[in-house]
Structure formats: C-alpha cells, structure tokens
Design a protein around this ligand. Structure first.
Ligand code: MD6
Ligand code: FE
Length: 216
C-alpha cells in the first residue's frame, strides 16, 4: 500500500547550486534514507542524544550525538573534536557503511570525489529547537567539503556569507535533501531558525540532520 510517506516525499531529485562550491541535492537521500534509520536508532542507543553546553554556558536546544572516528563536542572548555563520548567515556560508535556510502556518493555528485569523512555529527531538532548562525571551523583542513543530510520534519536553512553580517538566503530542507558544501563556500555562516511544529510520517515530530566531515 502506498503510504503517506510516499505522498509527501516524492519530490524529484534535483540539483540546486546555492553558492560557489555548494549544492543542494534535493531528495538525494530518499532511496537510501530507509537504510539510515535503523543505524540512527542504534547510534542513539549506544551514544544517547544530549544537549551540550556552549563555551558561553548556554545549553543548546538541539540534541546531538556522533558516530565515526571523531565526534564534535562542546562544553565550557570550548568546541572541538574528540575520539571519545564524554558522557560514557567510550569511543563514538563506528560510522555505518550506509552512512559512508551516502556521504561519499553525494560528495562525488557535487564534484568532491575524494571526500572521505571520519566524523558524523547527528543533530536532533524538536519543534522550538534552533541553531544560531555559525561557521563550521573546528575541522583541521577546510579543503574538504561537508555533506549534510536532512531527515524528518522540514526546516529552513539560512545560508549567508563569510562575514556574520552578510545577507542570508533561505532554503527549505526537507526529508531526504542533502547539502554539499565546500570550496569558496566552506566557511560561510549558516543556521537553522526555530523548527516549526509538525509530524513526519516516518519520524514523527522530529528533524535529524547528519553532517559528515573530515575532521582529522
Ligand atoms: C542543520 N547544519 O542543518 C545544521 N553545517 O541542522 C549545519 O550546521 C551545517 O547543514 C555545515 C554544512 C552544512 C550544514
Ligand atoms: Fe554547521
């Protein structure tokens, strides 16, 4: 039987340049998305989502976890990558093959055939959560792109320039959309304004964002 998921998430795969070196691959993860969900569940069981604290002392509204060799963390001491989950003291769960295949495939599609991620930050947004404008700059080498996969509830993605005060454009990111982002855009400011209420047929009232990086 055709389910509600099919009705909503059948937008055509399509490539939309959003900046120099940055492309939005609409629907790229729709086929593979099904294989991601069991792994996402397992990672959340091994390394539970948590609300980290910024160096300034604010608890983030987005809950996060990681998989891969390196995980992005923040606490009062700063933003950084660590091989271990500070909550459990254990290594982050390994990056599942389905994740790796999706990330390298999308990167290749976007013109980055060498991309070999060692870190996957998983963001979980519930309605009301937001991620303020920031640059991704804790990685060792900005020559590598970032691959960002959106699952579940739709969100608005704000995409600005190299200065915080540069004008910001907005893009809707829906279930299955992938943004690949590198080259001259690599250090552009970006953010996600407050997630609106809603329910996704597969994931319910939540949005996940997976960002794959080469951190080390
Ligand atoms: C999000 N994404 O979409 C947050 N960073 O929930 C990011 O912060 C991000 O999507 C770098 C590159 C792509 C991204
Ligand atoms: Fe980011």
């Amino acid at each position: 039987m055709k389910d509600l998921f099919d009705e909503i998430d059948t937008h055509q795969p399509e490539r939309q340049p959003i900046g120099e070196g940055a492309v939005l691959l609409r629907g790229y993860a729709l086929q593979l998305g099904k294989d991601l969900l069991p792994s996402l569940h397992d990672i959340g069981a091994a390394a539970p989502f948590r609300h980290m604290v910024t160096p300034g002392g604010f608890e983030m509204s987005v809950a996060m976890t990681n998989c891969g060799q390196a995980g992005w963390i923040t606490d009062r001491a700063g933003y950084r990558y660590d091989s271990h989950d500070p909550v459990s003291g254990k290594l982050w769960p390994p990056m599942p093959d389905a994740f790796l295949d999706l990330a390298t495939g999308a990167a290749r599609e976007a013109g980055y055939p060498e991309f070999s991620p060692d870190a996957c930050l998983i963001n979980r947004y519930e309605p009301g959560a937001r991620l303020s404008l920031h640059q991704d700059k804790n990685e060792r080498d900005f020559a590598n792109p970032i691959v960002s996969v959106s699952l579940g509830l739709p969100a608005t993605f704000q995409f600005g320039g190299l200065k915080r005060t540069d004008p910001v454009r907005k893009f809707a990111l829906r279930h299955g959309d992938v943004v690949v982002w590198g080259g001259p855009s690599r250090l552009c400011y970006h953010g996600v304004p407050t997630l609106k209420h809603g329910s996704h047929p597969q994931l319910g009232s939540v949005r996940f964002n997976l960002t794959f990086r080469k951190a080390l």
